[in-house]
Design a binder for this molecule. Structure first.
Ligand code: MG
Ligand code: MG
Length: 262
């Protein structure tokens, strides 16, 4: 995700480029599926980062986040009230009842992949369960709007309406993004409808759609490490992300995981 209000170039990709991006995203999907199996009480977020990077390199890709604007790790791990950009640490161990967002990016043959999921550690309470389900479903609804001729605001509206109907809020300060030979390209993909004009979705456009959904206020702040984003009221937050191409046959989810229900 990127901070809002950064003007970046919008590109469209050829079918061949989309195929490479599908490979880049398949590796991301493999990392996230592997992490779903590894997440358990007592495991450190540092260990998750190591496992993710190893899997990525073993599959011929580079971890995209490592060193990006100085980010010190390969995996963003954000627990409970942390929204995004949590830094892995040997000192931070998962506990039963936590929800943990894992966000991973790859660079493969000159193109990027980017996807995220939020996982419950052991048993989680009903409110957290609902938060995960609503966030995931808002992403699915948004994906269905990735159609040639629609506007980016159709994606935003799909997320915002579903989330707010369910009593939660969408983060405004960080947004989804175009993706291609750069990790963060235009257009911005906000999770709320803005009053300004919104770009049309063109054939070959690839967007990383990433609802960040809070249980309480939509407001967030950045911790003193200059990375970790937390909710202003410290209530939990969830995050799911897919990289999606607009094709003449409709939305093509490049980062779909094996066995993922949709
Ligand atoms: Mg992203
Ligand atoms: Mg991401």
């Amino acid at each position: 995700m990127i901070a809002a209000d950064q003007d970046k170039i919008i590109t469209v990709k050829t079918p061949e480029e989309i195929e490479i991006m599908r490979e880049a995203n398949r590796i991301v999907a493999g990392v996230l599926s592997m992490l779903q199996e590894e997440v358990r009480p007592g495991i450190s977020t540092f260990r998750l980062d190591r496992l993710a990077e190893e899997y990525c390199r073993d599959h011929g890709a580079e971890p995209a986040f490592k060193g990006y604007r100085g980010f010190p790790a390969s995996l963003c791990v954000s627990i409970n009230e942390q929204v995004v950009h949590g830094i892995p640490s040997k000192k931070v161990k998962l506990r039963s009842g936590d929800i943990v967002s894992v966000d991973f990016g790859t660079r493969y043959r000159g193109f990027y992949g980017d996807s995220a999921i939020t996982i419950g550690v052991d048993e989680i309470d009903r409110e957290r369960q609902k938060l995960l389900e609503v966030t995931r479903e808002s992403l699915e609804r948004a994906i269905r709007q990735v159609r040639i001729g629609n506007r980016i605001s159709d994606i935003s509206r799909a997320v915002q309406e579903y989330v707010e109907e369910n009593g939660f809020t969408v983060v405004r300060q960080f947004v989804g993004h175009g993706i291609g030979s750069q990790l963060h390209e235009g257009p911005e993909v906000p999770n709320y409808v803005q009053s300004k004009a919104s770009p049309r979705i063109l054939e070959g456009m690839v967007v990383a759609i990433e609802p960040m959904v809070n249980m309480g206020t939509y407001k967030v702040k950045v911790l003193r490490d200059n990375w970790t984003v937390i909710t202003a009221d410290r209530l939990p937050s969830a995050h799911f992300e897919h990289s999606v191409a607009a094709t003449e046959n409709g939305p093509l989810v490049l980062s779909r995981r094996q066995g993922e229900v949709c």
